[in-house]
Ligand binder design. Structure first.
Ligand code: NAD
Length: 692
């Protein structure tokens, strides 16, 4: 395998733990027969005397001076079987985009700082990683495991997140025998958040047991600390002397940083190094430690000074032996290299399945394509189609999708996901079996104004080129095609309610035009395909729809108000709140879309789908406040440009042709939506807390 790694540093271990991690991992990886190129940004603080590895014998090490200079390596990146970008790489977001644009093989992000990274993302700081680039990595490898991995997948859309912990060099760390010099030791740099635990589990026990000997090795401890006389201080202990230090300790203490405790499943390298030396470990307690060392058998856990004193009172020798066995069985660099190889291979197979079209679906069954199927409405549509027995292929570029929408669907045996952008020609995995498609739903398009205005050109192209590509597929397959158009084709309407024969009042020069005019063009093209006999088409004009699976922060009125109400933030109303909207619950809308697709009507007429129950936005707010008990103040902001004042569908045509009418009342729908958002926000807060 050809592997390219873009990491913070391999050449200098000065002031960073990354170089040691990469050196151990990549040496072991090279021993497995792989060819490795490490690309390191040339920065002054790791240059000169601070460079302590110039010519590694296990990989090629090259430096690039600037982002622009990275371009010299694009051929190597493109040819690699896998490319890894590490945390804290300078200009990491741009590097990630460069890698994702050029790499043909698997791409991975290796987070050696997961709790710090997540805390930064929660604060909106994108120093080396941003939410936008996470879904573009095939696998997110993390120093933290456990539930954080699920959160990285669900909240940030990583296709897969896997633990790849730190490890130990078992040749350097082994029992050295010799005299036991201390009863309890601690090896670690001073940190404010670890100090209270050190005080409780080592310093206070030292005061109470003046007959025992203690040692604390590591720099930066303030002079103000009142060390008992029986605590030896060692300011600097070079790595080469760590094994001797542990070997001379009857018991050694592991103290974990607060953010790692909060996240759980975050072993520090100290645990593996001390364990490899056969030194019994007394550790603070955090979730997931039991998955590494069996408490009471291979590790002792302590909360209080009394716990530490109790540990000092026993012969913990067998516990040290058991810890060493567990480290040698699973936590050496060799183990990590094997895990890395496995994660990259799995991601590669998964990528093959996702993009090369190795269908998970039955080889003969007719297929339904849902473009945009990972989004809000699309995910409900896919679920309803699966429930009806269809084989569903969801094509989505994940631009505005929620990863958890997809995750719930991916477990289904008749569901297949293909990641692609409809602006590009459709992937071979779709075109190779075009004949099997009998239905093509086109929902692919960001629907919330902030999202579709973020890249207006892409929105317009999605509507026009995307619809063209999907119509051509329908033509080739002889499939029926359904376009999800929008009430926005009516613009800021002059007639009320809006009937399908109303031609609209749209501003073609304003910021909403990319969407409104894009959808109008998509309709025009769809009807042209029908008019010229190239495809059997249906066009739904969807009015405001709401429900579970909406993006919490996509700026749509229902999700905005509910999320603000639930989180206690000030509630924003754009305009004075007297503008009206009609809100349709998503299950009603999906029912309407499926009826329309299956109806044998003349497809040359668009059909409104929405709930005619019109109300001022202020009324909607009152209901949400009633449901959530929110007490936050309401802030009124200016109405966005071209925001329609009134909106209500005339659904007489849908009723007559499809026998369709919405069934879910606003109160029922809002209650279900609030309950869903409450669960989502609770999970999000848990993540934010875990990350801080
Ligand atoms: P959404 O943003 O949740 O879903 C859109 C999906 O399309 C996302 O999964 C996104 O990743 C995907 N997508 C966007 N551009 C793409 C591209 N170029 N290639 C491939 N995939 C792409 O929005 P939604 O609310 O579920 O809307 C679905 C459809 O319904 C959209 O076409 C929208 O215009 C239409 N619509 C929705 C509403 C509403 O109230 N939700 C109203 C009117 C029309």
């Amino acid at each position: 395998m050809k592997l390219v790694v873009l990491g913070l540093s391999l050449g200098s271990s000065w002031g960073n733990g990354h170089a040691t991690t990469f050196r151990a991992l990549l040496r072991a990886y090279a021993e497995r027969g792989h060819d490795i190129l490490f690309l390191e940004r040339e920065v002054p603080w790791y240059a000169g005397a601070h460079r302590d590895l110039t010519d590694p014998d296990f990989c090629r090490l090259a430096y690039y001076r600037s982002l622009a200079a990275l371009d010299d390596w694009h051929a190597e990146i493109a040819a690699a079987d896998a490319v890894i970008v590490g945390s804290y790489v300078p200009d990491g977001v741009a590097v990630a985009r460069f890698v994702q644009a050029h790499a043909q093989g698997v791409t991975a992000f290796y987070d050696i700082d997961t709790p710090v990274t997540l805390a930064k993302l929660a604060r909106g700081e994108h120093e080396y990683l941003s939410p936008a680039v996470i879904p573009g990595f095939d696998v997110y490898l993390s120093f933290t495991g456990g539930p954080t991995l699920t959160r990285i997948e669900q909240r940030y859309g990583a296709p897969r997140a896997r633990a790849l912990y730190c490890s130990v060099d078992a040749d350097a760390y082994r029992p050295l025998g010799g005299e036991t010099r201390w009863d309890l030791t601690y090896l670690g740099t001073y940190s404010d958040d670890r100090q209270p635990t050190l005080e409780r589990l080592l310093i206070e026990p030292a005061r109470r047991r003046p007959d025992l000997r203690f040692a604390v090795a590591g720099p930066q401890y303030p002079d103000t600390i009142d060390w008992p006389a029986n605590v030896e201080r060692i300011e600097h202990l070079p790595p080469a002397e760590h094994a001797a230090f542990y070997s001379a300790s009857r018991l050694t203490l592991n103290v974990t940083r607060a953010d790692m405790i909060a996240a759980g499943w975050s072993p520090s390298v100290r645990l593996f190094e001390a364990g490899a030396c056969g030194t019994p470990i007394l550790s603070d307690r955090w979730d997931g430690i039991e998955t590494l060392f069996a408490p009471g058998e291979a590790i002792l856990l302590a909360d209080t000074t009394d716990d530490a004193l109790a540990a000092l009172a026993i012969d913990a020798g067998p516990i040290g032996q058991a810890a060493r066995e567990q480290v040698l069985a699973g936590h050496t660099a060799r183990h990590r290299a094997e895990e890395l190889e496995r994660h990259l291979q799995e991601a590669s197979q998964d990528k093959g399945r996702r993009t090369m079209g190795m269908a998970t679906t039955d080889q003969e069954a007719p297929l339904t394509l849902v473009a945009g199927g990972a989004g809000f409405i699309g995910s409900h549509l896919c679920a309803a189609l699966l429930a009806r027995g269809e084989h569903v292929v969801c094509l989505d570029n994940l631009q505005t999708a929620r990863a958890s929408n997809l995750r719930a669907l991916e477990a289904h045996p008749r569901f297949e996901f293909v990641r692609a952008d409809v602006v590009d020609p459709l992937p071979a995995s779709i075109l190779h079996r075009a004949a099997r498609f009998t239905r093509v739903y086109n929902l692919a398009c960001a629907a919330s104004p902030p999202q579709y205005q973020e890249d207006p050109e892409h929105t317009m192209l999605t509507c026009v080129l995307g619809t063209d590509h999907l119509l051509r597929l329908a033509e080739q397959a002889g499939a029926r095609f359904l376009l999800t158009s929008t009430s926005e084709v009516y613009g800021d309407p002059e007639i009320h309610p809006q009937r399908e024969d109303y031609r609209g009042f749209v501003n073609c020069t304003g910021p909403r035009a990319c969407y409104d005019e894009g959808k109008r063009a998509a309709e025009a093209m769809t009807f042209d395909f029908a008019r010229t006999g190239r495809a059997d088409v249906r066009v739904a004009r969807i009015f405001n729809t709401y429900g579970p699976h909406m993006h919490p922060d996509d700026g749509r009125v229902v999700s905005n108000l509910i999320c603000q109400a639930l989180s206690g933030r000030p509630i924003t109303i754009y305009g004075d709140g007297t503008q009206t909207r009609s809100f349709c619950y998503v299950s009603d809308l999906v029912d309407g879309l499926m009826r329309l697709m299956e109806s044998e009507i003349d497809g040359m007429e668009p059909i409104n789908l929405g709930n005619p129950n019109e109300m001022p936005v202020n009324d909607l707010l009152d209901r949400i406040v009633g449901l959530t008990g929110a007490e936050a103040p309401v802030e009124y902001r200016p109405l966005p440009v071209d925001d329609p004042r009134r909106r209500r569908p005339d659904i007489a045509r849908a009723a007559a042709l499809l026998g369709w009418a919405p069934k879910v009342s606003l109160d029922e729908g809002l209650a279900a939506t609030c309950a869903w958002f409450a669960t989502e926000l609770a999970e999000g807060e848990a993540l934010a807390c875990a990350a801080e």
